[in-house]
Design a protein around this ligand. Structure first.
Ligand SMILES: [Zn+2]
Length: 262
């Protein structure tokens, strides 16, 4: 019988929780390491709907990318979706693990490798390495097997990431071969992408003024936060399934993206 601790330890082997950013709150957020795992439900965001789904499907462990508890709570009365999620989880003995920036900060089996694979990039390297070994750090940079025009690239990007809409900066009339990637809010890596001569930078959460910083040196493609990370669910399901055969691991049925397009 696998315990919550076994799943945590396994995730810790893949993406050590120590690698999380200082502002982050990845780890076991709700529950107990000694609880026996009945089944796992994987999601990007633990919401009340996701917790309800876990209860209905008999999964007492949720593995989420985003930590539902991120900053200090002074009361838990159910007055917002965070508190509702916490109350629902505790009342129903649901454990919640968040594997967040630690999963962003690894080369192999991380959020960004998964995106790079979707895009067909090879020769992957960490965009902003934490040390000389280059296995750890933020973002990834890689190459397409053959270069594409910017409009070919945008078509291929929409197809491979299943996107309806992409926000991007002005085309600079340069073929795209070298591509930098950062799932989620990656604007802090723009300079690194430029320095390493990426032709395109794929990420999310760019603000109006930050788009100007592309400055004709590459094209920024802002594909949306949820859209950039959605394959992380598949990544985690596959990893957990391959390791543990004594319980089921499910994808959530809910699309938790809070952003809608019309
Ligand atoms: Zn994210």
């Amino acid at each position: 019988m696998a315990k919550v601790r076994d799943v945590y330890d396994y995730l810790n082997q893949i993406a050590p929780f120590d690698l999380q950013e200082s502002y982050d709150n990845a780890g076991l957020l709700i529950g107990n390491f000694d609880n026996t795992v009945s089944a796992v439900l994987v999601c990007l965001d633990s919401t009340p709907e996701v917790v309800t789904e876990a209860i209905e499907r008999g999964a007492n462990l949720i593995v989420a990318h985003h930590p539902i508890i991120f900053s200090g709570l002074k009361s838990i009365t159910g007055s917002n979706y965070i508190e509702e999620t916490i109350i629902l989880a505790i009342k129903n003995n649901i454990n919640i693990i968040a594997i967040h920036t630690n999963l962003d900060n690894i080369l192999t089996n991380g959020v960004n490798e998964k995106i790079a694979q979707q895009l067909g990039l090879t020769n992957l390297k960490i965009l902003s390495p934490l040390n000389d070994e280059g296995q750890l750090g933020a973002g990834i940079i890689g190459e397409l097997s053959k270069s594409m025009t910017e409009s070919q690239f945008i078509d291929s990007l929409k197809k491979s990431m299943e996107l309806k809409v992409v926000r991007h900066t002005k085309f600079i009339d340069r073929d795209i071969r070298k591509v930098a990637v950062c799932g989620g809010s990656g604007s802090f890596l723009l300079e690194k992408a430029i320095t390493q001569q990426a032709d395109a930078f794929i990420t999310a959460d760019f603000k109006y003024h930050q788009f100007f910083d592309a400055d004709g040196q590459l094209v920024i493609f802002d594909i949306g936060h949820y859209e950039s990370e959605k394959y992380t669910i598949e990544l985690l399901v596959d990893l957990i399934k391959n390791k543990f055969s004594n319980f089921a691991t499910h994808y959530t049925k809910h699309i938790t993206n809070p952003v809608f397009y019309n």
